[in-house]
Write a protein that binds this ligand. Structure first.
Ligand SMILES: [Mg+2]
Length: 238
């Protein structure tokens, strides 16, 4: 049996935002830093899949401190995503409530900002559902720790006091992080992954969170699930 289930967040528990929103957030970060006319290519470099080299290259071009550039970039990215959550543009998937039937500790390991994850859980009144929930801290150190590195997954396992979680993700880095931590993985094939061939090979593949309940080894409550967290009446479109 799995002794816990740990989830990636974006594209697993909540829908993805349009990339244009993250572009807008990055433009706002340059503006806040006093860079009024950045090279659009530099902006693009700071939107997603940012590496430490990217941050140094872009910071050097405008004589900015790399840590400051990255922190402000992260703050704006999180603020724009929190607004999207509040506005219902980013919402839990329709099958979110299925995980309430999982009868084992649960956690989140996301490469989104910690501030974004904290906001989502508070907004959904779902904080109590997860024993631990990791995003990244807004520093460049986090770029060396995020998935596919197992750092945050191992932290989450330690927090929960578990050894054999199932890690559920929608990206290759999720499967790779599980692999690096020596735990099983489930690739969730949401619509945005319709044609994706996951690599490395996941232990399981599911089409949605409902399917997790049918995986041999995932503990499922027979009494209808948890009642310690409300999912209704929060104004979120599902
Ligand atoms: Mg994801």
């Amino acid at each position: 049996m799995y002794d816990s289930v740990i989830f990636d967040h974006d594209g697993v528990l909540t829908t993805l935002v349009d990339i244009s929103l993250l572009h807008d957030a990055t433009w706002a970060a340059f503006d806040e830093l006093g860079v009024v006319d950045p090279d659009p290519e530099h902006v693009r470099q700071m939107v997603i899949h940012v590496t430490p080299d990217d941050v140094h290259t872009v910071a050097d071009a405008y004589d900015l401190d790399p840590e400051t550039l990255f922190r402000v970039r992260d703050e704006k990215s999180s603020a724009y995503q929190c607004d999207a959550i509040a506005d219902g543009l980013k919402a839990p998937y329709d099958d979110f409530d299925a995980i309430r039937r999982i009868d084992a500790p649960m956690g989140i390991v996301s490469s989104n900002q910690q501030a974004t994850i904290d906001y989502v859980l508070d907004h959904l009144d779902a904080t109590e559902l997860f024993g631990t929930a990791y995003g990244r801290e807004p520093s460049m150190t986090s770029l060396h720790r995020k998935k596919p590195e197992p750092y945050y997954l191992e932290q989450a396992m330690s927090d929960l006091g578990v050894e054999s979680p199932l890690f559920v993700g929608d990206s290759d880095v999720d499967i790779a992080a599980a692999h690096a931590a020596g735990v099983d993985s489930a690739f969730i094939r949401r619509d945005h992954r319709a044609d994706h061939t996951p690599s490395p090979d996941p232990t399981h593949e599911v089409s949605g969170l409902d399917d997790l309940l049918a995986i041999d080894g995932v503990p499922v409550a027979t009494d209808g699930g948890r009642t310690d967290s409300s999912s209704a009446g929060d104004g979120v479109t599902r």
